[in-house]
Design a protein around this ligand. Structure first.
Ligand code: SF4
Length: 382
């Protein structure tokens, strides 16, 4: 066997690499392949799991890398855990969606596990993205509403005073279009003095109006959906983290092409349930498998999507009128103008703990969850 080949793991295989050890867990039959103290294999797997590899490593059989990893590759293919397919030397690699492309495995730089609050500063936006409502439900995103309400700087000050542990808190700041907020400079001053992590999320259509108004050193996430309406957002890729929204296989190929052509160093993918056929996603992401034998298997598809997008657990959403939500779906549970902020935040925290425990440690799932190898990575807390 000689020539050029593409190696990839099967979508139901979950890979872990630690030091020089590799574990491949087949989530269909729960069989594991373990490779201990195999430096070349660990290096090869690290290359495969780099987000910029998009789940595929191309190998020439004459290379040292292939010779060093041949036994590993043969065993993986023999067990049905991956494929090694002959390709034309200069053909384009077909990207594969793997967990290391998703936020669940690639949290924003500097992110700490802990409380996460999304502050919506305003609702006004001149654009008309067709999936606007769905975006904010499925991942952290701007969202447009028919309301002139804007968040007041004094309201934010009071909220900060009532956070019990701001250092371990992450703030996600969203609009509407942030550039239309009448006191944006004042708001930015407040967020810049916040002791936890703060990052701004803008859509690529808002790049021209908003990007230059946001602080140079702050974390900034640009949401990019397909087709890309304005590529100016890629002019300084080193300054941003890109959140590519994928709802079909073709989007993944386009995403890979943008990452390659613009040398985008930091990005993650949000999957989007656009109510088309979900076959591509179910086939690509093992956590979406229908027959998953852990408590996650009992969740509705839409909730699994939010879990994979790290948009489910420990999330609090606060709107400009003070309404507080403990989830991106459903109605408000309190209003910060009408109730004592510390009581509201305690109440939200207790709801989060209940939903976390319900999901993971429900009586009938107790043994499954505590024994599950995914316990520390599923669902995402970022
Ligand atoms: S740019 Fe954001 S807020 Fe505006 S319409 Fe699009 S998704 Fe909605």
């Amino acid at each position: 066997m000689s020539g050029t080949f593409d190696f990839q793991l099967s979508p139901y295989v979950y890979p872990f690499v630690k030091n020089n050890n590799v574990l491949l867990l087949n989530t269909k039959d729960m069989n594991a392949m373990i490779f201990n103290e195999e430096e070349h294999v660990a290096t090869f797997m690290r290359e495969l799991l780099k987000p910029s590899s998009f789940g595929v490593v191309r190998l020439d059989t004459t290379t040292e890398q292939y010779k060093n990893c041949k036994t590993f590759i043969d065993k993986v293919c023999e067990m049905g855990n991956g494929s090694f397919q002959k390709v034309r030397q200069r053909s384009k690699i077909s990207p594969v969606l793997n967990p290391y492309l998703l936020k669940i495995r690639t949290p924003a730089p500097g992110a700490e596990r802990g409380e996460n609050i999304t502050l919506v500063l305003n609702h006004d936006c001149p654009h008309n993205c067709s999936q606007c409502d769905e975006y904010a439900r499925q991942f952290t995103s701007c969202s447009k509403r028919n309301s002139n309400a804007v968040m007041d700087p004094d309201f934010v000050k009071s909220l900060f005073r009532n956070l019990s542990n701001p250092e371990s808190c992450t703030l996600d700041v969203c609009g509407g279009d942030l550039s239309l907020h009448p006191h944006l400079d004042r708001m930015i001053e407040l967020f810049s003095s916040f002791s936890g992590l703060c990052r701004y999320h803008i859509h690529c259509r808002q790049y021209r109006s908003s990007a230059s108004k946001l602080p140079e050193n702050a974390g900034k996430v640009i949401i990019v959906d397909f087709p890309v309406m304005d590529t100016l957002c890629f002019e300084h890729p080193e300054k941003y983290t890109y959140n590519f929204v994928i709802s079909q296989k073709e989007d993944l190929t386009l995403c890979r092409d943008y990452v390659e052509s613009y040398n985008i160093p930091n990005f993650y993918i949000s999957i989007m349930d656009a109510s088309r056929s979900n076959g591509f996603m179910k086939k690509s992401i093992f956590l979406l498998q229908d027959e998953l034998e852990c408590s996650l298997g009992t969740f509705p598809f839409k909730d699994k999507v939010r879990i994979i997008n790290s948009h489910y657990f420990y999330k609090t959403f606060i709107l400009p009128n003070g309404d507080v939500y403990e989830s991106s779906v459903g109605g408000p549970i309190a209003n910060l103008y009408e109730e004592t902020p510390s009581n509201v935040m305690d109440f939200v925290r207790s709801l989060h703990i209940q939903s976390w425990e319900k999901a993971r440690n429900a009586n009938e799932n107790f043994n499954v969850c505590t024994d599950c190898l995914f316990y520390d990575m599923c669902p995402g807390l970022w």
